[in-house]
Design a protein around this ligand. Structure first.
Ligand code: GAR
Length: 216
């Protein structure tokens, strides 16, 4: 039994958060979710947390003097609850050093593009507008850059010439819901280590779920 305790940060709908909840409840991930922290009092993620009796904190940047004060408070709330891995599930901010210093290589993010392509906001739109034929999503450890940290898992989907942010985003999101829980599971089993830029996954290398586009 893993003693992994998750703290989730989310700003919006929280469908990735929901997928993590479902995978914890089914036993696929051996962990507990201690708290949801959001910067958005309107986030649908709050309702999802309530439905599963997960404590929620709304912590807004505007209530703090500066970015270090904001992220120190978040780190403090996580630490108080014994959080050992921080999950960014659609948290639409660049996380501050004050939090990263407390959780080195222990903050995971999901990004809706095949990094290092299309970092930052609206990865799905960037990919659709660019006209790539392969798009996807990435789970990575968070460092101080924007979507630059060591990559844990990626999944690819086909992109079509007439895709929009929404149509491509929907296809990508389905894969996000699979690879994020999978990355957390690997972490909970102690199978991830970081060497420089690279994440080493212990065990059978064929397990990494790289999803190939259907060719027909
Ligand atoms: C997801 O597509 C996630 O990859 C993206 O926001 C969406 C949140 O959806 N995150 C980023 O763009 C971070 N830069 P959700 O709230 O339904 O999980």
């Amino acid at each position: 039994m893993s003693d992994l305790t998750l703290g989730v940060l989310a700003s919006g709908s929280g469908s990735n958060f929901q997928s993590i909840i479902n995978n914890v409840e089914s036993g696929f991930i051996s962990a507990k979710i201690a708290v949801l922290i959001t910067d958005n009092p309107e986030a649908r993620a709050i309702e999802r947390a309530k439905n599963h009796s997960i404590e929620t904190l709304v912590i807004r940047p505007r209530d703090f003097e500066d970015k270090p004060a904001y992220y120190s408070q978040i780190a403090e709330e996580l630490r108080k609850r014994g959080v050992t891995l921080v999950i960014l599930a659609g948290f639409m901010r660049v996380v501050g050093k004050a939090l990263l210093d407390q959780y080195p290589n222990r903050v995971m993010n999901i990004h809706p593009a095949l990094l290092p392509s299309f970092p930052g906001l609206h990865g799905q739109k960037q990919a659709a507008d660019y006209g790539v034929k392969l798009a996807g999503c990435t789970v990575h450890f968070v460092d101080e850059g924007v979507d630059t940290g060591p990559i844990i898992i990626q999944a690819a989907v086909t992109a079509y010439h007439d895709d929009t942010e929404d149509t491509l985003g929907e296809r990508i999101l389905k894969q996000e819901h699979k690879i994020f829980p999978y990355a957390i599971k690997l972490y909970s089993e102690g199978r991830l280590s970081v060497k420089g830029r690279k994440v080493i996954i212990k065990g059978d290398r064929t397990e990494t779920p790289v999803i190939n586009p259907p060719l027909n």
